[in-house]
Design a protein around this ligand. Structure first.
Ligand code: HKS
Ligand code: ZN
Ligand code: ZN
Length: 307
């Protein structure tokens, strides 16, 4: 299976338009030594002809321009994107759907009932797209493997995770199972699997089992510490309150580094959805060195992973 990291940043990307933190300033400087990051999204393929887009970032058009291999040009109007799948209904994962409105056929959209409900209600992108290409809704049943034509070489399984519905959603204060999912993607020919969860606040037995058997885990790298936004004076919320497990342990609870340490040594571990404030983005930082010493890589825009 082929995985392309279209975007490796969290909401807002790097640099974030209104931010002058150390990372954003360096990424913005003409002599900047920090590469810019667009908002998180990956594309998956079995043969490299057709692709499933996992999450539709607000930066989708720029990401597609940076990846001409996602345009096979088989007809006057065409796209390599066979379908879009959503892990949640967060703004940074769904607003790119609007950018696909010029399609000539309804957009196949795979998401849980709860996410589809948010996109028909509080953020009505599905009814909106009904006035353009239309949406072909495919509700995802949790724990039930499925395939997406014409990518017969990949098998997808969604697992419910503990994270958070978006601030705009009625589910924010009344969570529903399926507000957030992790994806296990299996290459049918080799049985190798990738585990994808850009937003993960807490683990469960089913999540740990899936992570332990994965060839590649591509997971929530949003924050270094649980109080990162509070310490910078940027928010009153902890990472956990926002649906993200920080890399460092907090309040006696293991962090993402501890969690990834429990996986087999042979597992490829990559952080994605990295927020602009995260010190790991600076290659000269102690935080970056610690992450690398744990055998963990940072996703970068344009990164290609083979599973
Ligand atoms: C910044 C943002 C931080 C950020 C937070 C979250 C918040 C919100 C929620 C997130 C993300 C980026 N870039 N979505 O100000 O530095 O409370 O659910 O997901 O992508 S969580
Ligand atoms: Zn986000
Ligand atoms: Zn910043």
């Amino acid at each position: 299976m082929l995985i392309k990291v279209l975007g490796s940043g969290a909401g807002g990307g790097l640099p974030q338009w209104n931010c002058n933190c150390a990372n954003c300033s360096r990424a913005r400087a003409p002599t900047g030594t920090l590469a810019a990051r667009t908002q998180s999204s990956i594309a998956l393929s079995d043969t490299g002809d057709d692709w499933v887009l996992i999450n539709a970032s607000p930066d989708l058009l720029a990401q597609l321009r940076a990846h001409p291999e996602l345009q096979p040009a088989r007809a006057l109007r065409d796209s390599g994107i066979a379908a879009v799948m959503l892990c949640d209904a967060q703004i940074d994962h769904v607003t790119g759907l609007v950018m696909l409105r010029e399609r000539t056929t309804p957009l196949p959209l795979y998401a849980t009932r709860s996410v589809l409900d948010d996109l028909s209600g509080a953020l009505p992108l599905i009814p909106l797209l009904g006035h353009y290409c239309g949406v072909d809704e495919h509700p995802i049943a949790l724990g039930v493997p499925f395939t997406i034509a014409p990518l017969t070489g990949l098998r997808f399984t969604a697992i419910a995770i503990d994270s958070a519905a978006p601030p705009y959603s009625p589910h924010r204060e009344a969570p529903v199972i399926g507000d957030n999912i992790a994806l296990v993607i299996e290459d049918v020919a080799t049985a190798a699997t990738a585990f994808y969860a850009p937003g993960l606040a807490r683990t469960s037995e089913s999540i740990l089992t899936a992570m332990r058997s994965a060839t590649l885990v591509l997971v929530d790298g949003t924050f270094w510490t649980d109080t990162e936004m509070i310490d910078l004076g940027l928010s009153g919320k902890r990472a956990a309150d926002m649906g993200h497990l920080a890399q460092c342990a907090a309040n006696g609870k293991p962090g993402m580094l501890d969690l990834l340490d429990t996986l087999p040594r042979t597992t490829r571990k990559v952080l994605i959805h990295i927020n602009n404030t995260n010190p790991i983005l600076d290659p000269d930082s102690d935080a970056h060195a610690i992450v690398r010493a744990h055998g963990i890589d940072l996703a970068e825009d344009g990164m290609q992973l083979l599973v």
